[in-house]
Design a protein around this ligand. Structure first.
Ligand SMILES: C[S@@+](CC[C@H](N)C(=O)[O-])C[C@H]1O[C@@H](n2cnc3c(N)ncnc32)[C@H](O)[C@@H]1O
Length: 194
């Protein structure tokens, strides 16, 4: 059992994607990049409902995660739903050769846990077409802010370093900052193109 298998045996309840934000993001993608996105891949899907959210919107969905425990629980949920267009893959993003094709690659609340970040980003870059996008959502920390224990900095990544690495690998990186409860938290969506 890996660390994430142990976490998922305790049934953590990660939140689904905010549907208002998702609808706005999809509108933007349709207008600017791909008028008819059909296929999405959720990189580090866990047990969150994201794959079901996209499937209900008519997408053909692939969920990928390195926790077999999470994938078994998610598969049960998929089986109990009416959704049929979801495939799950058990793989480690630290060393997995991504050869998957999609219009939308999503990675939500996972990036901080990937050790081999440059390898992972380059694998995604290889898979992107001119009309596909990569949505990377992650908590971030900023160098000029003093954080305390309760700020959970271990689940966040340095904002400036992340932006620099993304700009080195991808041609276009848009940034959206989200406020959420808490004084110093910053949750960023990077909307990325090849
Ligand atoms: C905080 S959970 C988020 C899950 C989901 N994306 C969500 O929004 O709720 C982090 C997920 O990343 C997965 N993960 C962590 N490291 C990974 C890796 N190296 N390869 C694949 N998945 C990984 C974990 O198994 C877990 O499902």
């Amino acid at each position: 059992m890996n660390k994430w298998d142990q976490i998922f045996t305790t049934n953590p309840q990660y939140k689904p994607l905010n549907e208002i934000f998702l609808a706005e993001l999809l509108e933007k993608i349709k207008k600017e990049t791909n008028p008819n996105p059909k296929k999405m891949i959720d990189l580090g899907c866990g047990t969150a409902k994201t794959v079901l959210q996209f499937s209900k919107l008519g997408f053909e969905v692939t969920g990928l995660d390195n926790s077999i425990v999470a994938l078994k629980k998610l598969q049960e949920e998929i089986d109990n739903s009416k959704e049929q267009n979801i495939t799950l893959i058990n793989a480690d993003l630290n060393n997995y050769n991504l050869t998957l094709e999609a219009d939308i690659f999503l990675c939500n609340f996972v990036y901080a846990f990937i050790d081999n970040k440059e390898f992972f980003l380059k694998e995604v870059a290889e898979c992107l077409r001119d009309d596909s996008v990569f949505i990377l959502i992650t908590p971030v920390i900023h160098k000029e802010i003093i954080y305390t224990e309760e700020d959970k900095t271990k689940i966040a990544v340095d904002f400036e370093e992340t932006l620099k690495l993304l700009k080195n690998i991808f041609s276009s990186v848009d940034v959206y900052h989200h406020d959420y409860i808490g004084t110093r938290e910053d949750y960023v969506t990077f909307l990325i193109k090849k």
